[in-house]
Design a protein around this ligand. Structure first.
Ligand code: BG6
Length: 495
């Protein structure tokens, strides 16, 4: 339990008029306010190009928290901490206005010179802003200075290094909080908890007992209003480089000596270093890309507004990743993600090896099913474990019996939304659940090899899948070649 203690801070939010701020950040800040992590000693400066007054800004914030329960008085008190300053990020002089406002809010709210700069805007401005924050002396000398940024952290290794180098001119690595909102999800945080608090699993967390691992991030939505961005990104950059690789590194890493940012990052980096980088031929074999096509009622990707004619952008990726280290040698990690799939389902399946000998037979006359541990990340939150037990009654056959621990709906209400949790972690200076520079660069290094192999192949046709299915047949073939199938889940158990 986080001890409830308010943390004095000034948050300067670049991109205050944007969608992310309204949908996620203001509600997250309000929840922290309601819980007492922000009390009287905090202030938010919202900036963007538009000319808004403080009052107009406060109304926007009020509107964005309108669906969260709370007395009008409480909400009014909350928004009195919000101030607006129109700002052009390229205009050096205008940083002085921000600085003056920051100094006066510091005094008014007793903020102890603690500053968080939250860049909720297009990454091409990150470098300029951080340069001017330093140049115009917006960083405080005697409080903390922290920078929160949103993905994408570059579009390949080269641009990621460039961006990281720019940020490093103003902020030390331990002051930079790169948000990957998957690291704020309850069940992603539970990967470490489950691994390191159950002897049962940590003892078996290796190639002696694990047959394969499957990470699925399935989405039922399409590209929505983001075709402009998505068509230049694709599923590989949008979901694999960040979210899937963060989950993968948590599953693969060695136990850290302590559960803190430095040690966890150290192990994640080692894990990412051990990913096998394949040549183009193996990539074509081990990575599948595909695009969704119409199911008759819903449009296919190429007909989405904003998607380039003849676009070769993938809306689905499946792949097989091998880890070249002692613990994981020989264990395939299968990953898949896609838009417009059957349902929203984020799950990790750990399939254990079959027994070396069967003394029983299953009631379906098939082989006894392997034990499978499943992390249900969303929409459900929980874990389940498929065991085999004797069929109740006179039969001696074996039936599958899932142990299911899904957090019930009432308790789910207590689970903080990812942004609330991550902002609180930043307020507390906890870096564990943010992406480190080296993690980002190593994952780009891997992703670039796949991207390049695909981009070099301009002739082959990109496989397709019908909206509402679980991807192209090539994705199923990928596992079938190794004698496996993708697990899928319904609400009570997984196959
Ligand atoms: C974002 C991607 O990072 O994650 C989106 O840019 C995707 O394309 C989203 O829809 C999925 O997040 P969640 O939390 O809904 O699984």
């Amino acid at each position: 339990m986080n001890k409830i203690k308010d943390i004095p801070v000034l948050i300067t939010l670049f991109g205050a008029t944007g969608d992310l701020a309204k949908r996620k950040l203001y509600p997250a800040l309000f929840r922290l306010f309601k819980k007492g992590f922000l009390q009287n000693r905090f202030a938010v400066i919202g900036t963007a190009r538009r000319e808004w007054t403080h009052d107009f800004f406060r109304n926007v914030v009020l509107e964005s928290i309108s669906k969260i329960s709370g007395e009008t008085q409480e909400k009014e008190a909350f928004v009195q901490h919000f101030f607006y300053q129109a700002h052009n990020v390229n205009n050096v002089q205008e940083y002085n206005l921000l600085k003056n406002l920051a100094t006066s809010l510091d005094e008014q709210f007793h903020l102890e010179n603690n500053r968080i700069f939250y860049l909720a805007m297009a990454p091409e401005f990150f470098g300029t802003i951080s340069k001017h924050l330093k140049g115009q002396q917006l960083l405080s000398d005697n409080g903390f200075n922290r920078l929160i940024i949103e993905k994408p952290f570059g579009t390949n290794l080269e641009t990621a290094i460039e961006l990281n180098d720019q940020l490093a001119k103003t902020f030390h690595e331990d002051q930079i909080y790169r948000i990957d909102h998957y690291l704020g999800k309850e069940m992603v945080q539970n990967i470490n908890a489950l691994r390191y608090s159950n002897v049962l699993f940590e003892a078996m967390w290796n190639n002696k007992y694990i047959d394969n691992v499957q990470i699925t991030l399935a989405e039922s939505v399409g590209v929505e209003e983001r075709a402009g961005y998505y068509d230049t990104s694709g599923a590989l950059r949008d979901m694999v480089q960040n979210h899937i690789f963060q989950i993968l590194s948590l599953l693969v890493m060695e136990p850290p000596v302590r559960m803190n940012g430095t040690e966890v990052r150290r192990e994640k980096v080692k894990a990412l270093r051990s990913l096998r980088i394949e040549d183009e031929q193996s990539i074509q074999k081990h990575f599948v890309r595909a695009q969704y096509i119409s199911n008759g009622t819903e449009v296919g990707y190429l007909d989405e507004q904003g998607v380039a004619e003849n676009s070769r952008t993938e809306t689905f990726v499946a792949g097989k990743i091998m880890i070249d280290n002692f613990r994981w040698s020989g264990v395939p990690f299968y990953i898949r993600t896609g838009k417009r799939l059957q349902s929203k389902d984020t799950v990790v399946h750990i399939q254990f090896k079959p027994l070396t000998m069967n003394l029983f037979k299953s009631n379906t006359n098939q082989e006894i099913a392997p034990n499978v541990l499943t992390f249900h990340i969303q929409p459900e939150n929980g874990v389940s474990l498929n065991l085999n037990i004797k069929e109740p009654g006179l039969s001696k056959d074996i039936v599958r019996s899932p142990l299911v621990n899904i957090i019930n709906e009432a308790d789910t209400k207590d689970i903080p939304e990812a942004y609330e949790r991550l902002i609180l972690e930043c307020l507390n200076g906890h870096t564990t659940n943010f992406a480190h520079r080296e993690e980002v660069e190593l994952s780009w290094q891997f992703i670039d090899t796949i991207r390049n192999a695909w981009d070099n192949d301009t002739t082959s046709t990109i496989p397709t899948y019908v909206v509402g299915t679980m991807g192209p047949s090539e994705s199923h073939d990928l596992l079938a070649e190794d004698g496996f199938v993708w697990h899928s889940c319904d609400t009570t158990h997984c196959l």
